[in-house]
Structure formats: C-alpha cells, structure tokens
Design a protein around this ligand. Structure first.
Ligand code: CUA
Length: 320
C-alpha cells in the first residue's frame, strides 16, 4: 500500500504491510485530532472573541457528558493501538518453528554473518525468498542495531547477550541493511545489502561460493580446543552434565529452579558457569570469558544444539 509513496521504503516481508497499517492508523488518528483541535481553536477564537470592552461572559459550569466523552473516547482509541500493536509485536518476536538460522556479529564497523552451512559474509546477507529466517545476534564491542527498512524489522545488538530477529522475505531483490544505533565514527558506514533470492538461485549461490566448516563442525572444534569434552562427556558420567539433548529442554538447577536451555542459558553457562548450576553437579567449571570470541560462542551453541537434535526433543530431559 505504500508503494506509490517515494518517502516509504519498499515493503518486502510478511509483516511489512501489517506494520504499515498500524503506522497509517496512528498517523490518521493524529491528523484527525490535530486538524479538529486547531479548527476548533480558530473557530472559537473568532466566534467568542470579546466584542465590547465591558463584556463579561456567562460562567460555565462544565459538562459531565463532555468530560466522559473526551476521557473514554481517547482511552478506547489508544487501547485499539495498544492491542493491535501488541498482537503485531508478538508475531514479530516469535520466529516460526523450523526457521532457517543465521548468526550475526556486529563489530565497529561491519556486520559479520555466518550461515549454518559454513558460508561467511561481511555486510552482505543472502537469503531465499519465502523462507522464515531467524538471526541470532551479538556484538564484539558496543551496541549496534540491525535494521532492514524494507522488512520493517530492527533489533538492537547488545554486548554480553544474544538478541534475535526473524523475517520472511516476500520479494526477490536487494534491500538496504543499516546500523540504526550510533556506534562511533564510522556508524554511518556500517551498512550492507540483503540479497533476497529465488530458492533455486539461493541454492546456486550456496554451492557456488566458498564455504568453510559448517557452524556445527566449527563449534565441535572449539569444544575440543577448550577441552569441554573432558568434563561434558556423553559416554560416562563426567564432572559436568552431558550435553546431549540439553538444548531446548528444561534444566533443573541446584537451587530448585528450572530454566529453559536456550542460547542465552548456554552463553551464560560458558562465560559465567557459577550463575546457574545444574542439580547434582559441583561448581568447579572455570569461566571461559576472554578465551572464546562471539563467533566461537555462536559456533559452540550451534554444536550443542546439534547434540539435542541428534537425540530428539522428547528424550531431552537431562538429570531430572
Ligand atoms: Cu554500528 Cu552504528
């Protein structure tokens, strides 16, 4: 619907038109009331202006109906905005199951992207059209913000944690990618291109471009290099919990709480092992803060995820 407006970016994702509709609704409400209020101000200023120097107007007692009208009316209108926006927000936050996963690391001043199959890109993102894509994002230095205007998605990329964003592109083409958070001298240069391709073209691109190890292979290598396997073994009871089937499961902790083993939990357990200790295990794991890069963390997470997929989600209930 925004295609004819030169001020508007193209709408090229499944949520773009929904976001635009809420936006236009809010603009329409604002314009309606602004025009109405200013018209009334000018009309009343003329209509009720003082016409004789000694004129004294009649006192006004107020009106209950008017008070109710202008309290309840705006309340209902803002609740429509709230409900509508919230529904869209939740649709925008939760990626559909089975979304294609990619990993993004922000760095002054570039976007580094890893595909699960092992392809790496800088300031370029190739995705197939019509496929939900979930990005797991982090940063090596300061806050950045990953913004694709044509998809109407934007998410801050924050040091020390993962944020995620998903989209499903609806039109093949090339779209702007921006950093939308001031992050230093070259902030304005921290941009790139999203290439949305027909599935066949995407397959051709994948097979035609150089690839390194897959994310899982790279993660397994990091796992070996850091010696994780000496404690987290699958075959015998080790000093640490076995990691098979852990990802996505509910883990019972020493303090009786239960947490969902997601990306954030794995990240915290690697960098701050004392934060959440699995029931039945001791606190002897050292921190790996400073020994593993953001990309390494993402790779090891992909590897641990793959251990869960090997076993299947139904049996993924460790140490209960
Ligand atoms: Cu990164 Cu602005």
């Amino acid at each position: 619907m925004s295609r004819g407006l030169p001020l508007f970016p193209e709408a090229a994702s499944t949520i773009a038109s929904g976001v635009d509709l809420v936006y236009f609704f809010m603009v329409a409400v604002s314009v309606f009331f602004s025009v109405g209020i200013f018209t009334a101000i000018f009309y009343f200023a003329l209509r009720y202006r003082r016409q004789h120097p000694d004129e004294v107007p009649k006192p006004i007692e107020g009106s209950l109906q008017l008070e109710i009208l202008w309290s309840v009316g705006p309340f209902l209108i803002t609740m429509v905005m709230f409900g509508w926006g919230t529904a869209l927000f939740f649709r925008n936050v939760n990626p559909p199951p089975g979304a294609m996963e990619m990993y993004v690391v922000g760095k002054q001043w570039m976007w580094k992207i890893q595909h699960p199959e092992g392809h790496r890109e800088i300031n370029e993102l190739h995705v197939p059209v019509g496929v939900p894509v979930k990005l797991t994002m982090s940063t090596e230095d300061v806050i950045h913000s990953f913004f694709i205007p044509a998809f109407r998605v934007k998410k801050d990329v924050v040091p020390g944690m993962y944020t995620s964003l998903w989209f499903e592109a609806t039109k093949a083409g090339q779209y702007h990618l921006f950093c939308a958070e001031y992050c230093g001298t070259q902030h304005s240069g921290m941009r790139g291109t999203v290439h949305v391709m027909e599935p066949a073209d995407y397959e051709a691109w994948l097979s035609g471009s150089p690839r390194g190890e897959t994310m899982v292979q790279a993660g397994e290598r990091v796992f070996q290099r850091l010696g994780c396997f000496t404690c987290h073994r699958a075959d015998t009871p080790g000093r640490g919990p076995s990691l098979e089937g852990v990802f996505g499961s509910d883990v019972r902790l020493q303090n009786g709480q239960t947490v969902r083993a997601d990306e954030a939990y794995l990240r915290e357990s690697i960098l701050r092992p004392q934060a959440k200790i699995v029931a039945g295990f001791s606190t002897q794991m050292p921190t790996f803060q400073g020994q593993i890069s953001e990309e390494g963390l993402m790779q090891i997470t992909a590897y641990i995820k793959s251990l869960a997929q090997r076993q299947g989600p139904e049996t993924a209930r460790p140490q209960q």
